[in-house]
Design a binder for this molecule. Structure first.
Ligand SMILES: C[S@@+](CC[C@H](N)C(=O)[O-])C[C@H]1O[C@@H](n2cnc3c(N)ncnc32)[C@H](O)[C@@H]1O
Length: 445
């Protein structure tokens, strides 16, 4: 297990269970001053604020100061967004986890919570923007308090200036953008919601008007990011946003599909058993995230809004006696294709390959034969290298062995063509069946 995996394991498990307030007050005297036995008064802004400070201190070593009149972020929800980003970025890269990445947090708030949480867990850097002068002052002071001024750049913006100011900052490209946008369309909507939740408005629990209200609500805000993404395209690997309403998510996915963007990811963040938030990510680049990151919501299944599958088991069968030979035959058959690269890990029984196109398909082989004949039998490297980079298909093949069974599957790592992934599954299934037949014959002989 790598050092990153060990650290991530701890962070992943942090809020799986509800917080034990008695234990927190034992660990933090400041928390014990607001808790009553095992209970915390969630209607009291002072208690809510102290809970946030205590969790950040104990779980991440983050120090934070917060004003009374700005939103106090609940840590588990904000942490969920960072956990998801890590999955998204780790699984849509050929590099190992733990790279130095740069993100933009649009609307960082007084807490600057996302950049602080991101920097506590990974060697990331952030541009953190906001339009609220008071929040910006607090955000800067929180960055300083944690000695992170070299990694978090707090940048003031105006309400109508661009949301992703890469050109203004002279930044060519970044790895991700994130935002927890103002939810509501109007102050009345925000006040109605505070009343429903029986909370006094304009406190650390509900947030202020600047934080919570934006023209057109969250959907309009995220559509502004989308419009900018259509110009910046690959300069950002992942554009992401959190949304408070499932209806916003559904409508936004229609916008994505309408623009022919199919490399996207959807997830949900559950906080306790009451509050559910959604998150969406989209990319113009070809690297595709793992299914756990891209299709992380069951509640949205019925709405047909999930991106297409990127993982499949193609065959499961009784364990052949000669499992090593079986694995070698599968690997050799994949490696015999006209690939740009193929690396097979003999111990882990898994391999990663890149193909210039659907090189396993009959149509490809026919074309290659025609080209070879036309070239008088010489190699067709030139035509392969002339293939459009949009057609490149990256994949992982795995063989999993349990006590009695072996299963073979693949993951789509790179490319835009879902049909290529489907046809690759067909090739792999046929290959695995043939390899199993050969292993059986050898055992019988
Ligand atoms: C819901 S708060 C989120 C604060 C913090 N990120 C969090 O999650 O607790 C939304 C933030 O977006 C900021 N905001 C609103 N319009 C903005 C814009 N055009 N550019 C940057 N930030 C904006 C607000 O001032 C506010 O701090």
């Amino acid at each position: 297990m790598s050092a990153w995996e060990a650290r991530d394991g701890r962070f992943r498990g942090l809020y799986a269970k509800p917080a034990d307030f008695k234990e927190l007050s034992r660990l933090d005297p400041e928390f014990s001053a607001v808790v009553k036995g095992r209970d915390l008064d969630f209607q009291d802004p002072r208690s809510v604020m102290q809970l946030t400070k205590t969790l950040l201190k104990l779980d991440f070593g983050i120090k934070i100061d917060l004003p009374d009149d700005r939103l106090c972020p609940p840590v588990p929800n904000r942490h969920n967004y960072i956990l998801w980003l890590k999955d998204l970025l780790d699984t849509s890269s050929y590099d190992k986890p733990g790279q130095k990445l740069t993100g933009l947090d649009i609307g960082t708030g007084a807490s600057c919570i996302y950049p602080l949480l991101g920097c506590a867990q990974r060697p990331w850097s952030f541009i953190a923007t906001d339009i609220d002068p008071s929040s910006l002052t607090w955000a800067k002071s929180n960055v300083k308090l944690n000695d992170l001024s070299s990694r978090i750049n707090v940048v003031p913006r105006n309400a109508d200036s661009s949301l992703i100011p890469l050109d203004e900052l002279g930044v060519p490209c970044i790895d991700f953008t994130m935002t927890n946008p103002p939810f509501y369309e109007s102050e009345e909507e925000m006040l109605r919601s505070a009343k429903r939740k029986q909370r006094p408005p304009y406190t650390a629990c509900t947030g202020s008007t600047t934080e919570m209200v934006t023209t057109g609500g969250e959907l309009a805000f995220v559509r502004r990011i989308f419009a900018e993404s259509m110009l910046l395209k690959e300069r950002v690997q992942w554009y992401t946003a959190m949304l408070g309403f499932l209806s916003s998510l559904t409508e936004f996915i229609e916008t994505l599909r309408g623009a022919n963007i199919h490399n996207y990811a959807v997830t949900e963040f559950l906080q306790g058993n009451r509050t559910r938030r959604w998150a969406i990510a989209w990319s113009f680049r070809p690297l595709r995230p793992a299914q756990s990151a891209a299709r992380g919501t069951k509640a949205a299944l019925s709405r047909n809004i999930l991106p297409c599958a990127s993982e499949a088991e193609v065959l499961a069968m009784d364990l052949p006696d000669a499992i090593g030979e079986f694995a070698s035959t599968v690997s050799a058959a994949v490696g015999a294709l006209d690939l740009m690269s193929w690396e097979w890990d003999k111990e882990a029984y898994e391999g990663i390959g890149r193909a210039p196109d659907k090189v396993w398909a009959r149509a490809w082989r026919r074309r290659k034969k025609r080209e070879q004949e036309a070239a008088g039998g010489s190699d067709t490297c030139t035509s392969i290298s002339e293939m459009k980079s949009d057609n490149i298909f990256g994949f992982k093949v795995w063989i999993r062995v349990s006590v009695k069974q072996v299963s073979v599957g693949c993951r789509w790592l790179e490319g835009f063509d879902a049909a290529a992934f489907e046809s690759f599954q067909g090739f792999l299934k046929a290959t695995a069946k043939t390899a199993a037949g050969m292993a059986r014959m050898r055992t019988a002989a």
